[in-house]
Design a protein around this ligand. Sequence first.
Ligand SMILES: Cc1cc2nc3c(=O)[nH]c(=O)nc-3n(C[C@H](O)[C@H](O)[C@H](O)COP(=O)(O)O)c2cc1C
Length: 199
Amino acid sequence: MTTILQLNASLSPQGQSDQLANRLVAALLAKQPDAKLTVRDLAAQPLPHLDAAEVGAFFTPAESRSAEQQALVAVSDGLVAELAAADVLVLAVPMYNFGIPSTLKAYFDRVARAGVTFKYTETGPVGLLSGKKAYVLAARGGMYQGTAKDSQTAYLKDFLSFIGIDDVTFVYAEGLNMGDANRAAALAAAEQQIALLTA
Ligand SMILES: Cc1cc2nc3c(=O)[nH]c(=O)nc-3n(C[C@H](O)[C@H](O)[C@H](O)COP(=O)(O)O)c2cc1C
């Protein structure tokens, strides 16, 4: 049975990234009705910034962790288990101030765990979450795809690859704040791409 993990991050109740992710997931479920869907809304239930206490807990051997450290690691362990169980990852990613939402960064900070989701070898890092397919639904007010200003795409590819997820497909909805015509065309193109991807 396929397991789909959808991560939403929009601060808007009508977030376009969330809506495009919903569309993609609906199409995936239509093809695989027995697939299991988990939706994690990082905006509605934000994780705090990673701090020294939590990093310290990660690097403390399990048998030596205090009760507070065990509780901190348990949050990360739960997120890692949820991610590890997913066959398909659907990331709804608004662009905020030229980057990903800080809530998504806080999530990444919890699932990048040495010895758990990646390891370093003499030849470099090796991601341990292999065999997954990821989709990124990228919603942006402006237009950056293919330019040096699109730091999101390279960052997301690098991060996902670091933990072993190399099969990543991006769907862009750009120019959403550049007038009604641009917005409508961008959303129609994104929806068409989703339809092709799930045909
Ligand atoms: C706080 C904030 C920062 C934003 N920064 C950018 C930006 O740097 N570049 C851009 O193209 N659009 C920016 N936008 C516009 C959003 O990317 C756009 O509204 C997009 O639709 C957000 O995704 P959503 O509809 O899923 O919430 C920003 C919007 C907000 C609310």
